[in-house]
Design a protein around this ligand. Sequence first.
Ligand code: FMN
Length: 370
Amino acid sequence: MTAKLYTPAKVGRFDLSHRVALAPMTRLRTIQPGDIPSPMMADFYGQRASPGGLEIIEGVSISMTARSYFGAASFFHDGQMNGWKAVADAIHAKGGVAFMQLIHGGRQSHVYMTGGVDPVAPSVVPFEGVALTADGWVPVSPHRALAIEEIPDIIEEFRLAAQRAKDAGFDGVELHGANGYLVDQFIQDGTNKRTDAYGGPIENRVRFLKEAVEALISVFGADRVGVRISPSGEWGGISDGDPEATFSHVARVLDSYGLAYLHVIEPRIKGDSTLHEGRPPVAAAYLRPHFSGPIIAAGGFDREGAQAIVESGVADLVAFGRFFASNPDLPFRLANDLPLTPYKREHFWGGNEVGYTDYPFADQAADIAA
Ligand SMILES: Cc1cc2nc3c(=O)[nH]c(=O)nc-3n(C[C@H](O)[C@H](O)[C@H](O)COP(=O)(O)O)c2cc1C
């Protein structure tokens, strides 16, 4: 019997032919200056496309001040349009579905990346994170709290970025509400100390999330918008007094929009994408009763784990990061029980085609082994 992981699924308005998605991965391979998507990036996503397969493109910063990492993707000026069109085209050429993840880094940044202005956050809560400049990893710059009058401008930047993604041919967008970046900084009470309408009780802390989601929906419609959350994430010094209550509320709020999907990073993955050994995936399980649409689970999955969580009904799809990086034909390999090529972490962030677009497809792998 075919495992459910390899059967069709409906995600928003899209009919997928299998449930193995590409997780968003920042690979720091844009062309500088200008964060121009490189032809190499179109190759990478084209290689990983499959008919009816969902790809979620790496975190794309919505403005200059939203940027965190030198070489990372962004989409806020016209010079980037052709590069992003090439990425969407490469995915569509193989019948794939292309979602772009939109991100604002918030306090996880450095003046070098923001164009010289202080990084912004809901509140001033110092932390010892790092940002990546052209000179390498450096401690983040001190940030400042957003004035309430500034918030509509950031929401508008989310809307504009979504419009650009649509103009470039993307099928939808995913709001990056995970991993301690700006949206997450608003949601969680360790980083949100505001006393206005955007802080305090959870109903207020989700206001920024709701406004950002509504901006994306205004461009694409709810059935082409997803949201990613990391209820147990620690990256970016993020924390919450009661994550289960907070994120159950988030799931209920998001459920009311009829979104394409909710994307949940499981607790066993650390923010730096290494494993907390031995922790079971549970976040999607406690969120399931609160969200009636498709749930994508991500973080530390292998073939058996992915099959099991989809079979159980807790998740509808599984997004793979690192193994999709090193196996361009991952859905095919998983479905056919073929061995997986190990990933090379030293090529994750920055560099050229090596460790990026030179991983073999299964038939090439067989040739090499023969
Ligand atoms: C190189 C690399 C870059 C990543 N960049 C992003 C990103 O831009 N946005 C995001 O939400 N998660 C990002 N992640 C996290 C992955 O999407 C995924 O949640 C994580 O790798 C765990 O899944 P895995 O065990 O299948 O690799 C990144 C992970 C890696 C390894």
